[in-house]
Design a protein around this ligand. Structure first.
Ligand SMILES: [Mg+2]
Length: 436
């Protein structure tokens, strides 16, 4: 067995590549995907031909036109990109263990056998590139990163674009990352970079040499220790131990403002949030509901429950809270609704009790059924299995922090992953590792 456990694939200029794949007349031409069909909008993605002119995510349409007169603007078609994401995932899954779809254009695969050695992993990448080109389309290329864990594989995947294949391992760490700034690393914000500078850590090699216990003190959290251990090549999964909660809220379109309709939208929000909770290996011990009648004060209530990640449990509490709210809101029009799964902890840290006789990390029957539904929905499209009747809501005014398109309803529109992309590009320092 070699030291490599994870392969990370980052599609190159994914949105623009999909458009080029569909329309051969724009293949090889500068293409920018825009958020809105007017001059006020900005580019949410650019093809490599457009990037050569300096156009990138966030460039305004007017500026992009000035930088490149021949550029082709196309409005974003998010559902199309999600469909292509799933097609790529299906191909990858036949050649290797697809551990996770990380975003609309990123995939994480597990390496085993011969592929845990560098040569074997590189062979696998060559096969995957050929298979994606042959079965999904030649325009769809990706950069691959090979590493002993998710963090190093992800960083390696950002080192060479487009169509690259790089590794980070015992033979080239940490000097291979010496050219990067601290906040170029995923997970290091500008604020954390400043904190590291204050602690005398000025570059990536110094961070790699840091004693993990010291890192815990600098981060003021076990996250720091995990991060540095991952940088040092330990085979630990990159999961946060704490998280504020899983929220989902919607400003309702007029057609959904009557309480019976809004109730069905709330069921859909619960399903989405609970799927994200399970995807992250977590359990929640409280459920909150917020209803905003038009022109009246917001109604909000929450309820505690045993730690769970079972969608049906949350749906029961949701129903109970709606019954409580009913006398207040039944004649109202609801401008917005929100649900929140709180008091979150890791599933592995849950200890059973008399009422919940499970071992740490073990799932209840309901949770196992929910996981099976997640798997089917991920494979065959969101909404293949639902928990009774729900009502997906168009995504035009979403306050949703959903990040994984595999869990987003096809009707949820384009808000999630694109919003995240813009947020990320603001927060990632110099953006050396950016690619959309
Ligand atoms: Mg990409």
């Amino acid at each position: 067995m070699g030291p490599y456990r994870t392969l990370y694939l980052d599609m190159n200029s994914f949105f623009a590549s999909v458009e080029q794949q569909i329309d051969p007349s724009i293949c090889g031409r500068p293409v920018a995907i825009t958020a809105m069909e007017n001059e006020k909008g900005c580019c949410v993605a650019a093809s490599y031909e457009a990037k050569a002119y300096g156009i990138k995510t966030g460039t305004s349409v007017a500026d992009a036109r000035r930088m490149c007169r021949d550029i082709v603007f196309l409005p974003s078609r998010h559902r199309l990109y999600v469909r292509y994401n799933l097609r790529v995932a299906a191909v990858l899954d036949r050649y290797a263990e697809l551990e996770r779809i990380r975003s609309v254009d990123e995939f994480q695969l597990g390496l085993s056998g011969h592929a845990t050695k560098l040569e074997g992993a590189r062979d696998l990448v060559t096969r995957l590139k050929a298979a994606v080109a042959a079965e999904v389309g030649e325009c769809l290329r990706f950069s691959a990163g090979i590493g002993p864990n998710h963090l190093l594989a992800k960083i390696a995947g950002k080192l060479e674009k487009p169509d690259g294949c790089q590794h980070l391992g015992p033979d080239n760490m940490p000097h291979r990352l010496a050219h990067l700034a601290l906040d170029d690393l995923p997970g290091i914000s500008r604020a954390m970079s400043a904190r590291l500078q204050n602690a005398g850590i000025h570059d990536v090699p110094a961070l790699c040499r840091l004693d993990p216990r010291h890192a815990r003190a600098i981060w003021r959290s076990v996250e720091g220790e995990r991060f540095v251990r991952a940088l040092q090549g330990e085979a630990i999964p990159l999961v946060k131990t704490k998280r504020g909660g899983y929220g989902n809220s919607k400003v309702l379109a007029p057609a959904f403002r009557a309480p019976p309709e809004a109730y069905l939208v709330s069921r859909w929000l619960v399903e989405k949030a609970a799927a994200r909770l399970r995807r992250d290996g977590r359990v929640a011990a409280s459920f909150g509901l917020q209803l905003s009648p038009m022109g009246r004060t917001t109604w909000a209530a929450s309820m505690r429950c045993a730690q769970t990640q079972d969608t049906l449990e949350f749906l029961r509490i949701n129903r109970a809270l709606w019954r409580t709210a009913w006398p207040v809101i039944r004649r109202a029009k609801l401008a917005g609704i929100g649900i929140h799964l709180g008091d979150v902890d890791l599933l592995d840290a849950r200890t059973g009790d008399l009422l919940l006789p499970v071992r740490p990390g073990e799932r209840t029957n309901g949770e196992r059924a929910a996981r099976a539904a997640d798997f089917i929905n991920q494979r065959f499209g969101a909404g293949t299995i639902t928990y009774g009747i729900n009502q997906p809501h168009p995504g035009f005014s979403s306050a949703d922090d959903s990040i994984n398109p595999a869990y987003a309803s096809p009707l949820s529109g384009s808000a999630g992953p694109q919003r995240r992309r813009r947020r990320r590009s603001r927060s990632s320092g110099r953006g050396v590792l950016e690619d959309v």
